[in-house]
Design a protein. Structure first.
Length: 197
């Protein structure tokens, strides 16, 4: 049976942990509150890796946190796939999404990167887009009425209200992470949308 791999994008370092660009990794942090996650640094793969068996009876899943900056995410994904012989269609990448409001989320297969440097780099490194994406909304500074650049926006902490809204979807994703990983895109997206309405 092929191993499914869940990758949460973000920037390494404590200074970035609470920023909008790292909301994907909040899913793993939340998961760690109710699951025993033993992370191991794999320097040659540019990753921290954890093998997780949901409820101790489910299918083993590989959790991955890149140890490189967002715009180098492809380096991690490419190395992990090659080393563990993981097919691209067994990958699920969680990432922040400017085009969705805080608290919204969408699951899709491949598709436009909308300027997301992490996704763009993964596309370039793999040479294909045939993997599941969990897009977690952080909003756009223009839509939120903020007079700042996207680059500074994503590297800041969300407002209290936005952080609470994002936190709700993070909790959902964490609670049902294994289920979302096992479903096909249409089923997973339908499941997600029904719950957060």
């Amino acid at each position: 049976m092929e191993t499914k791999c869940i990758i949460a994008l973000g920037n390494p370092g404590k200074e970035y942990a609470a920023t909008r660009h790292n909301v994907a990794q909040w899913v793993f942090s939340e998961l760690g509150k109710h699951s025993n996650l033993n992370w191991e640094i794999k320097q040659k793969l540019f990753a921290e890796i954890c093998f997780w068996i949901p409820d101790r009876v489910g299918e083993k899943l590989m959790l991955v946190r890149p140890t490189v900056y967002m715009n180098e995410s492809g380096k991690t994904v490419n190395n992990v796939c090659a080393y563990f012989s993981i097919n691209v269609n067994q990958i699920m990448v969680i990432h922040d999404e400017l085009d969705l409001i805080p608290g919204a989320a969408k699951i899709q297969l491949g598709g436009g990167a909308a300027g997301h440097n992490g996704i763009l780099d993964i596309y370039r490194s793999l040479g294909q887009q045939n993997f599941k994406r969990v897009r977690i909304g952080i909003g756009h500074p223009r839509i939120l009425g903020l007079n700042q650049s996207v680059s500074s926006f994503v590297l800041q902490r969300p407002s209290k209200g936005d952080e609470e809204a994002i936190g709700n979807i993070i909790q959902f994703c964490s609670k049902f992470l294994s289920k979302i990983a096992q479903m096909d895109v249409l089923e997973a997206n339908s499941y997600l949308q029904q719950d957060i309405k």
